[in-house]
Design a protein around this ligand. Structure first.
Ligand SMILES: NC(=O)C1=CN([C@@H]2O[C@H](COP(=O)(O)OP(=O)(O)OC[C@H]3O[C@@H](n4cnc5c(N)ncnc54)[C@H](OP(=O)(O)O)[C@@H]3O)[C@@H](O)[C@H]2O)C=CC1
Ligand SMILES: Nc1nc(=O)c2c([nH]1)NC[C@@H]1CN(c3ccc(C(=O)N[C@@H](CCC(=O)O)C(=O)O)cc3)C=[N+]21
Ligand SMILES: [Mg+2]
Length: 283
């Protein structure tokens, strides 16, 4: 038995068709959704993701603004640009691509974005709202994972969910969303003892570490749902996840591939958040 693949490209294509319809309806009412993306520096991976985000906007009929700054830019310039975008009623979403160069205070940058336009869901106010069960914007990657679990009809109530990774952008919000759906949630990290003990108990295993192929088939419960958030570039230039797909697919029940899994869903949920931000301006 090999696992069924949860196809993020196919699910994205379906969801983006629905989005395009809502974008067209809103545009006809005089509001074209617009996402502004700020990129500092020339990290090639970041450039690819930003390109995918802008292309996603174009294909669904949204407007996008892309501002690229030199890696040594004065942070004051970026703060001033964020203030301008905050004040522009034609802009509905603002995203500052992470990571930022070391001379930036990333937390201060995220807090400078108007919470009503924080389509990443990284502002403290939005994280607080999420924790209280009253989310304004759900962070895109964990949101995309929840959509994939839904599409795969994965039972959540009472399920053992194990997340490997506790970052602010993936692991922590992922834990909140699964908890809200009544999973029993375990969060592992670099100081966890006996990682495999935890992962083998998981009905739902989410890997968000950034270490190529670290989750192997022997660490997976037979029939489990395995969600691979990791994006790692191998020496030969190919992308791979945190899960060793070849061994994992022999054990798992459902599994997401890399590429073509969580990555495209992240962008789809970013587009969703931007559209919903624009829709709220009419309410
Ligand atoms: N598909 C997508 O859309 C996205 C993919 N990504 C990818 O997901 C991965 C994770 O990203 P991100 O959350 O930002 O990464 P971070 O580097 O911020 O966090 C990694 C987490 O993994 C933990 N960790 C590191 N080594 C181990 C280990 N040996 N055992 C258990 N836990 C470990 C760290 O623990 P500790 O806290 O103790 O340091 C940390 O909590 C990356 O590959 C990234 O590229 C990220 C965002 C979106
Ligand atoms: N403010 C901010 N918001 C983010 O959402 C954010 C960020 N910063 N910094 C970096 C991470 C990473 N991330 C990805 C988005 C899309 C793909 C994606 O499209 N992946 C494709 C392949 C892309 C490729 O070919 O390299 C796939 O998995 O099929 C991957 C990773 C968003 N992030
Ligand atoms: Mg990080």
């Amino acid at each position: 038995m090999t696992a069924t693949i949860l196809d993020g490209n196919a699910l994205s294509a379906h969801l983006r068709t629905e989005l395009a319809g809502r974008v067209a309806a809103l545009t006809a009412r005089g509001v074209q959704p617009c996402l502004a993306v700020i990129l500092v520096g020339e990290d090639p991976a970041s450039a690819v993701y930003v390109r995918n985000k802008v292309a996603g906007c174009e294909k669904t009929g949204m407007r996008s603004i892309k501002d690229v700054y030199a890696p040594d830019v004065d942070p004051a310039v970026v703060f001033a640009r964020i203030a301008e975008l905050n004040a522009d009623p034609a802009v509905h979403g603002i995203l500052v691509q992470l990571p930022l160069p070391r001379h930036f205070d990333s937390e201060a940058v995220l807090e400078a974005i108007a919470p009503e336009k924080d389509v990443d869901g990284f502002h403290a106010e939005n994280i607080g709202a999420l924790m209280q069960g009253n989310p304004r914007f759900i962070p895109c990657t964990p949101y995309g994972v929840m959509k994939m679990l839904e599409a795969g009809h994965v039972p959540l109530k009472g399920a053992e969910a194990v997340i490997v990774g506790r970052s602010n952008i993936v692991g922590k919000p992922m834990a909140m969303l699964l908890l809200a759906q009544s999973c029993t949630v375990t969060v592992c990290h670099s100081q966890s003892k006996d990682l495999a003990f935890h992962t083998r108990r998981a009905d739902i295993l989410v890997a968000a570490v950034g270490k190529a192929k670290m989750i192997t088939g022997d660490m997976i419960k037979p029939g489990a749902t395995v969600i691979d958030v990791g994006i790692n570039r191998l020496p030969d230039g190919k992308l791979c996840g945190d899960v060793d797909f070849e061994s994992a697919k022999e054990v798992a029940g459902l599994i997401t591939p890399v590429p073509g899994g969580v990555g495209p869903m992240t962008i789809t949920m970013l587009l969703t958040n931007t559209l919903e931000s624009a829709e709220r301006t009419l309410k």
